[in-house]
Design a protein around this ligand. Structure first.
Ligand code: CTP
Length: 407
């Protein structure tokens, strides 16, 4: 196996009870040969397939399945807290279910609850189990939380049958683990500013003009940046999901408030991401009292333009020449005159941003849901497609592009 050397890190290798456990011995070898300190945490069932002696000999550390050994060292908390990466291979249907529901009934599930580092899971099971709605829901839950759950490979399964459900080869698992380790602290010491949610422009004390943005993508960006070591300021307009507690939260309501806060906070940021859906127009007149349907109720609402926050952020960044990276979003629909990407490319040039995340919103796709698909266009001509994935995965794909571009 080809191994790549990165700085020594602490890896917890969780092994659940599947026949593919034997292939994980080779992964363990690859991880240790890469210079990593690996602690193997098998489940009780995993030891039916590969015994403790094998894991101990290959890792150089004792193994335990339960929280009751070495209690004085509090291993059920320490192992997860100290880990730089947790890899679970094979992740069985049962392990995925226990992890998704936050159970803590053995050492491995305790590790998963205490680890704040990246977590990689490589499922392996029969096709029927992988495709069962319960497993699909558990995988979606884990992915939405930022766990990287690999797709199983297709091929020969335990018996004579074949299909989707094989554990990927050890070399592929090692490559995925190495990629996650590179991502781990790539925003350490960076200050990032993110806007999220949708602005509301009041008509009177009870009514407003708003939009369908939930703030999920912006919150996922904040969570991903925090996990990668960044200091995060989140300017939040009417979120319907909770903001991460580790972010500095600035609450706004209208486009004007969002504009002023973003321009102020941007002075201290290395990267700015405008994920909020900002109103382009607001009512010209805001009534001080509720508009009644009787009497001289207005039948038309006159609108005026709001400021373009992104354009002003780009102008600020270019003026200060502080190397700040500015990322915009674009919700686009294609038509006879142009494709979604063509419209995106034109918007990137118009707004002057470094990166533009283009969502195809034909048919309402992208709003009020937990997943998203995007194309990220760069001012350097780059174009990276992010296939339909959880908003957290889209967020990590965006930071993958931002991190190497930061000065
Ligand atoms: N944006 C902004 N201020 C506005 C409107 C939009 O900062 N008043 C930002 C959004 O946060 C997003 C980007 O501009 O990052 C593109 O938003 P979008 O609605 O797709 O584009 P618009 O500029 O509104 O252009 P149009 O509606 O004509 O496509």
């Amino acid at each position: 196996m080809v191994t790549e050397s990165v700085s020594p890190v602490r890896v917890v290798l969780g092994v659940a009870g599947g026949i593919a456990a034997y292939k994980v011995c080779e992964l363990l070898r690859g991880l240790t040969e890469s210079g990593h300190d690996v602690r193997v945490v098998p489940t009780e069932a995993a030891l039916h397939f590969v015994g403790a002696a094998t894991w101990e000999a290959l890792s150089g550390h004792p193994v335990s399945t339960q929280v009751w050994s070495g209690v004085a060292d509090v291993p059920h908390v320490r192992l997860g807290q100290d880990a730089d990466l947790v890899v679970v291979a094979p992740a069985t249907a049962d392990l995925l279910a226990r992890a998704a529901h936050g159970l803590a009934d053995d050492l491995l599930t305790n590790v998963l609850l205490t680890a704040s580092c990246p977590v990689l899971m490589a499922p392996a099971m029969h096709t029927e189990m992988w495709e069962h709605p319960a497993t699909c829901a558990n995988v979606a839950t884990l992915r939405a939380r930022g766990v990287v759950v690999l797709e199983p490979a297709v091929g020969r399964l335990t018996g004579v049958d074949s299909g989707k459900g094989r554990l990927p080869e050890a070399s592929e698992l090692l490559a995925a683990a190495t990629a996650l380790l590179h991502r781990r602290r790539d925003l350490a010491g960076r200050r990032v500013l993110i806007s999220a949610g949708g602005t509301r422009e009041p008509l009177d004390p009870v009514r407003f003009l708003g939009n369908r943005s939930s703030g999920r993508q912006g919150v996922a960006l904040a969570e991903a940046a925090l996990a990668r070591g960044a200091k995060v300021v989140l300017v939040a307009a009417n979120l319907v999901v909770p903001a991460p507690s580790a972010a500095t939260l600035v609450l706004v309501g209208t486009a004007a408030q969002l504009h002023d806060e973003m321009l102020e906070q941007a002075k201290h940021a290395d990267a700015v991401v405008m994920a909020a859906a900002v109103a382009d127009f607001r009512p010209r007149r805001v009534e001080a009292t509720k508009i009644k349907k009787t009497g001289d109720a207005p039948t038309q609402v006159l609108l005026e333009r709001t400021a373009d926050v992104l354009v002003d952020l780009v102008a600020r960044a270019r003026e200060s020449a502080d190397g700040q990276l500015v990322v915009g979003f674009a919700a686009e629909t294609g038509d006879a005159a142009g494709s979604v990407v063509e419209y995106g490319r034109a918007k990137l040039a118009r707004k002057g941003v470094d990166l533009l995340v283009v969502n195809d919103v034909s048919g309402g796709q992208g709003f009020e849901v937990a997943h998203n698909a995007a194309v990220v266009l760069g001012s350097d001509g780059s174009e990276v497609a992010v296939p339909d994935a959880s908003k957290r995965e889209v967020a990590d794909a965006i930071w993958d592009l931002v991190a190497p571009r930061l000065r």
